[in-house]
Design a protein around this ligand. Structure first.
Ligand code: NDP
Length: 330
């Protein structure tokens, strides 16, 4: 089996030279461990942060070792109680075709209920990020006007649909291509959407939300954040989920120039990490199942095939080559 190792810490945009595809050494199972043949793995923007050694909430990937990330696979050998050969399990040892994992660090998932990939996307960490950010961090209320950036991506597409399901009066999304904008309106039920490459984000947002916004779910940072502050209504809430527009910057990006608007609007900006909100996972799973059953929550996925295309998939998510969740089928 093969694995993808980090060879060097990228400066600015990562390139293929920063990674190595390597044949992994055979490992015997210890007591309590399982062997998993990975079927699908996640590539996520947050992984860019783990490739640097700057101090952050997640530990940096070690050089010369396989990287980590969400994956689902089938158990081929088990020395752990409660996990049987043939079970599908969710775990944190992606970026490799085969994983040897402690039985206590895997979760058995039911692929009869949803395909394996869903546990990495709409029913997994990205879905919960959307739900926790909207409900708990932004305090979404019925009638709110909601704006979300990165709207055609994994988190953003769930944000828009869940906001509608929870009674938002108007949902506006931004994305990086006309095709994505059409997808937001035609397939995901957004009320308005724009391509942020078409002009100044502040102008495009004002056009899409002439009366302002109550909630901004920020996936990208930069100009989008400044535009959202500029359109915020009285008591508006901004949840900072990500800042993908600056992840590959080598110099600090300028901050929003209009923070003083928060005074007159009594607005708030709150950053959050999904890891602090696992207590909502059960509630979300139940509601998401209902929304998926009645059609108010749909999910798209973009697949790349083979571990030899995992780096392409990762670079692709940073460039916006995905609609919905970006995944690698192994
Ligand atoms: P996405 O599926 O949204 O993929 C990233 C998207 O970002 C791309 O598809 C691209 O779409 C967009 N993008 C890339 N560069 C830019 C740019 N310069 N300006 C605007 N958009 C850009 O990824 P996820 O859904 O997995 O993650 C979304 C955000 O949420 C990320 O910032 C991530 O770090 C964050 N996150 C945070 C978590 C937390 O706990 N706080 C947990 C999970 C994710 P386009 O074509 O539209 O440009």
């Amino acid at each position: 089996p093969r694995e993808v190792q980090l060879k060097s810490r990228p400066v600015g945009w990562p390139t293929h030279d920063d990674f190595a595809l390597v044949e992994s050494a055979p490992v015997d199972l210890a007591d309590g461990q399982v062997r998993v043949r990975n079927e699908v793995m996640s590539v996520d923007p947050y992984m860019r942060g783990r490739m640097s050694d700057a101090k952050s909430y997640a530990e940096p990937y070690a050089l010369g070792e396989a990287m980590h990330g969400g994956a689902v696979g089938v158990v081929t050998e088990s020395r752990a109680d409660g996990v049987a050969v043939g079970d599908h399990v969710l775990h944190g040892f992606g970026w490799r075709e085969e994983a040897v994992v402690d039985g206590s660090a895997v979760r058995v998932v039911d692929t009869a209920v949803a395909p394996a990939s869903a546990y990495l996307g709409v029913l997994g960490m990205t879905g919960l990020t959307a739900y926790a950010g909207l409900t708990r961090v932004a305090g979404l209320k019925e009638g709110d006007v909601v704006f979300v950036s990165g709207a055609a991506g994994a988190v953003g597409s769930v944000v828009g649909q869940v906001a509608k399901a929870l009674g938002a009066s108007r949902v506006i999304g931004s994305a990086g291509s006309d095709e994505k904008v059409r997808h937001l309106i035609d397939d995901l039920g957004f009320d308005a959407a724009f391509n942020y490459k078409d002009g100044r984000v502040s102008d495009l947002l004002r056009e899409a939300a002439p009366d302002g916004i109550d909630v901004y779910f920020d996936n990208v940072g930069g100009d989008h954040l400044e535009a959202a502050i500029g359109s915020l209504r009285l008591g508006g809430r901004i949840a900072i989920c990500g800042a993908i527009s600056v992840y590959n910057n080598t110099e600090a990006a300028p901050g929003p120039r209009n923070l003083a608007r928060l005074i007159q609007t009594r607005g708030t900006i709150t950053g959050f990490l999904v890891g602090d909100h696992w207590d909502l996972a059960g509630e979300y799973a139940q509601r998401a199942a209902g929304w998926m059953a009645d059609g108010s929550l749909t999910s798209r996925e973009t697949f790349n095939d083979g571990i030899d295309h995992a780096v392409d998939a990762f670079l692709g998510v940073l460039r916006g080559e995905n609609v919905g969740k970006m995944l690698v089928r192994l």
